[in-house]
Structures are given as structure tokens and as C-alpha cells.
Design a protein. Structure first.
Length: 206
């Protein structure tokens, strides 16, 4: 019963408001999409929401359908400040997915047009080289609307990139599985071998 109640709670502005009250605003939310796939980049977004104009319906991107994510993507960009960074499969192979994700998070925060006084990071790790203090929030995209907004920006951007990739490498089905290790994708790799988007350090490619 407790798990059901927790799962229905939407992210809010509580963490951000507490930081702003301590003169630690503006606050950026930071999240990624694409740590687990066998192909494509990891995409990281940083977002500073306008406390007076937060788009309604913000939530963990995985809990939203594609149409809702697309609508919120446009609303976030129209009302807040955002930066989106992609880290290629080649970089992921060179430095590993964790390091690539943390690098992307730091780059996204630095790329914001307004520099935050504090960042809320989805997950367990605070990236090195951030330009501001930060806190890591486990399941942050379900707790902070700023992180939820970043998760939507990252997810929509990555999905669009993989849909575009499908036009260059149509036989892999990237528009169907977005690079994840589905049966369809694994069968295509077995038949065709890897393409330049594949992460060669990931099993079963390595």
C-alpha cells in the first residue's frame, strides 16, 4: 500500500524553494537519458525553471507518453532556461558511461545562459567540475520539478536523435527501440554487425 501511495506523488518545487530561501537560487535541475542503450549518445539536460511560470504536468519523463513529453518540451523551453549536451558513443567507449554522463552534466550546467547558484542532480553522484554547489537526489525526477523538466528535455532530444538515426541506418530499427538491447536490435546486430552509433564497450558488442 505504501508503495502505491508513493508512486502517485508528483515532483514539486520543495527542494528548489528551500534553496532559494537560503539565497541559493537560481536552481538548476540536471538529468540524463540514454545510459543503458547499446547505441546512440547519452543526452544530458540542465534546466532552470521560472518559479512564477512552471509548466503544469511536469513529471519523470518515463511516466509520460510521447505526446505529453513533446508538449512539455516546448513549454519548458518557452518558460525556462535550458542547455542540452550530447556525449557520443565513441566518448562513452573511451571514458565509460558513468564518466561520460557526469561530464555531460557539468557541461550542461556550464552552458546555461543564466548560471545557477545550486544544482539538483538526478542519481547518486555529484559531477566533478560543476560551476556551482550541488546535491544528488536519488529518483530526483520524481521529486523535483526542475529535474523532471531536465529529464523531459533529455528524453525528447535523444528520441529525436534516434529517430533521425533510423533514416541513416534503417535496418537497425532505431526508431522502434531507441538503441536499447531489444530482441529486434540484437538480431540486427547479429546480422549486420555494429554501425558507428554502437557502443563497442557494452556487452554483447565488446
Amino acid at each position: 500500500m505504501a508503495k502505491f501511495i508513493l508512486s502517485t506523488i508528483a515532483p514539486d518545487f520543495t527542494h528548489e524553494a528551500a534553496l532559494i530561501a537560503r539565497s541559493l537560487g537560481p536552481v538548476a535541475g540536471v538529468d540524463e537519458a540514454g545510459r543503458g542503450p547499446l547505441a546512440g549518445p547519452v543526452v544530458v539536460a540542465a534546466c532552470i525553471l521560472d518559479p512564477q511560470n512552471i509548466p503544469s504536468g511536469l513529471n519523470d519523463s518515463k511516466k509520460l507518453n510521447a505526446a505529453k513529453r513533446e508538449a512539455l518540451y516546448e513549454a519548458i523551453l518557452a518558460t525556462g532556461h535550458a542547455a542540452i549536451v550530447t556525449i557520443s558513443a565513441q566518448t562513452i567507449d573511451a571514458i565509460n558511461i558513468r564518466a561520460a554522463t557526469l561530464r555531460g552534466m557539468a557541461e550542461a550546467v556550464r552552458a546555461l545562459s543564466i548560471q545557477p547558484a545550486f544544482a539538483l542532480i538526478d542519481g547518486r553522484d555529484v559531477p566533478p567540475d560543476l560551476p556551482c554547489p550541488a546535491e544528488a537526489l536519488i529518483k530526483g525526477d520524481a521529486r523535483s520539478v526542475s529535474i523532471a523538466a531536465a529529464s523531459i528535455l533529455a528524453k525528447v532530444t535523444r528520441d529525436r536523435l534516434m529517430m533521425r538515426a533510423a533514416s541513416f541506418w534503417p535496418d537497425y530499427g532505431f526508431d522502434q527501440h531507441m538503441g536499447y538491447g531489444t530482441t529486434l536490435h540484437l538480431e540486427a546486430i547479429q546480422k549486420l554487425g555494429p554501425c558507428p552509433l554502437h557502443r563497442m564497450s557494452f556487452a554483447p558488442l565488446k
